[in-house]
Design a protein around this ligand. Structure first.
Ligand code: NDP
Length: 480
């Protein structure tokens, strides 16, 4: 079985505890890798290495740092087939999705920040005849990057790339559930000739290894993507130490469909925004709000399309819906479907686990599920399920749609479908979310600010926002 190792000070390193735990392929139920069970000792080694590497890496200059990142992007592209396979086996996602989305995006993240840093500039403020102020943007130092299991390499690299580009050195932890591609990334860093200590990858459980990163005194900033409860805990630990925090957390996104929308385009995209990656994308629209005049037409057409989605072996090219990432998450999703029934919901399709044949007989599969008849305030419509489960909610007026869409503790993303341009602008401005898509979904320009409000987090990733996060502005005032 594959034995993963930490990547500390440029070297593949076993955990101090010498303990490993198994990583399971959720589509087959079989173990495919052993993962280092790292603790505070490994994190400390990684932080010390990162601290020792910091000044040299920062002072290398942005052009040379950029060259390393671009080289890493090229290596990801060269090894894309192996990385996509690893992502699918580790996470249960369709191989096709990993090939077309996850891995190309990981390469794009390194390319984007490798080239982005070449264009990153700071301001100057002239006080005519008196003084000149200029802003130095200096890398904050050693930073911690902690990422979740749903888009493993995609989100891991989305943090690491800007941190390294800005001149920080990094101690990073992927989710213990999906560590495989982060391990392969460490091999690629070695192949790219990364200086030792610049990037350190430590594997292990969040509550031991992740917590040690958050608490370590050498860590000056933490970029975290994951659940809202974990984010709250991290904020409580890091705030008294005055560490910089970027928190990208959960969501309960609304997909608002007005009667004047382009129905065919909306239906096609709504299928994707509901069930891509088994509904395990923080941006998926899990609450579908439909104007009452087209509600029955929508329900019929949507259910018909959902029933035709192909759930199956993630390695099969025909598969559209793969396995749920872990047993505990699988059980959590099923428990929400049961809760929906007790809250008065009607399961229109799906609603249960699926048993497949052959290699996937022990896999964790759930039929794409659509539920109607729930009140907007019930738990199923308020809490993040993060699986292939959506609810349908009718509305009459724009004001009612807005009240329902904004009526949760979350505020990550929303989608709206309308042909009325004035309404699009009006509703987009009134939605309490960090991201609004109009007549599209998951159309991403990496230059745009990315993040949520309320329980969906604080801070923004993307574009220069991430470079701002990983640097401290310092004003220098020179008297003329
Ligand atoms: P978790 O919050 O459980 O875990 C995220 C990461 O944090 C993992 O690496 C985890 O390690 C680690 N971790 C857990 N506990 C601690 C701790 N006490 N201190 C430090 N690190 C810790 O989230 P999931 O992995 O379950 O991911 C799903 C969540 O992520 C969903 O809520 C989803 O909405 C959100 N998400 C948000 C996105 C956004 O951009 N806003 C994008 C993608 C997902 P381990 O796995 O070992 O527990």
């Amino acid at each position: 079985m594959l034995k993963l190792q930490n990547y500390i000070n440029g070297v593949l390193t076993p955990p101090a505890s010498q303990h490993y735990f198994q990583s399971l392929n959720p589509a087959t139920g079989k173990a495919h890798a052993e993962v280092p069970d790292s603790d505070a000792r490994d994190v400390d080694m990684a932080c010390v290495a990162a601290e020792a590497a910091f000044l040299k890496w920062r002072d290398l200059g942005h052009e040379k740092r950029a060259a390393y990142l671009i080289r890493l992007a090229q290596l990801i592209e060269t090894h894309a087939a192996r990385l996509a396979h690893a992502e699918s086996v580790d996470n249960g996602k369709p191989l096709k999705l990993a090939q077309h989305v996850d891995i190309p995006r990981a390469a794009a993240n390194f390319n984007f920040y490798g080239t982005g840093i070449l264009h990153y500039a700071s301001e100057s403020h002239a006080m005519e005849g008196m003084a000149l102020n200029y802003t130095l943007r200096q890398a904050v130092g050693v930073v911690g990057c902690i990422s979740p299991w749903n888009l493993p390499l995609y989100l891991f690299s989305w943090k690491i790339a800007p941190a390294l580009a800005a001149g920080c050195t990094v101690v990073a932890k992927p989710s213990e559930i999906t560590p495989y591609t982060a391990f392969l990334l460490s091999e690629l860093c070695i192949e790219a000739g990364f200086p030792p200590g610049v990037l350190n990858i430590v594997h292990g459980y969040g509550q031991r290894c992740g917590d040690a990163i958050v608490r370590h005194p050498l860590i000056k900033a933490i970029s975290f993507t994951g659940g809202t409860a974990t984010g709250k805990h991290i904020a409580a630990v890091a705030a008294p130490e005055f560490k910089k925090l970027s928190l990208e957390l959960g969501g309960k996104n609304a997909n608002i469909i007005f009667e004047d929308c382009d129905f065919e385009a909306m239906l096609k995209t709504t299928l994707l925004s509901s069930f891509s990656n088994q509904g395990q994308i923080c941006l998926c629209g899990s609450r579908i709000l439909i104007q009452r005049s087209i509600y029955s037409t929508f329900e019929r057409a949507f259910i018909d399309a959902v029933k035709r989605l192909k759930v199956g072996d993630p390695l099969n090219a025909e598969t559209q819906i793969g396995a749920i990432v872990s047993k505990s998450h699988f059980e959590k999703i099923l428990s929400y479907i049961e809760l929906a029934k007790t809250e008065g919901g009607t399961v229109l399709c799906g609603g249960s686990a699926l048993k497949l044949d052959g290699a996937c007989a022990q896999g964790l599969f759930i039929a794409p599920t659509v539920i109607s008849g729930l009140s907007p305030g019930c738990r199923v419509n308020q809490e993040e399920i993060f699986g292939p489960v959506v609810t349908l909610i009718p509305f009459d007026t724009e004001a009612e749609a807005l009240a329902i869409a904004n009526g949760t503790p979350y505020g990550l993303a929303s989608t709206l479908w309308t042909s009325d341009l004035k309404r699009a602008h009006r509703v987009a401005a009134a939605l309490h979310t960090g991201i609004v898509w109009v007549n599209c979904w998951l159309l991403r320009d990496l230059r745009t600010p990315f993040g949520g409000v309320k329980g969906s987090g604080v801070g923004r990733e993307g574009g220069f926002e991430a470079l701002d996060f990983f640097t401290e502005p310092k004003n220098v005032c020179i008297k003329l």
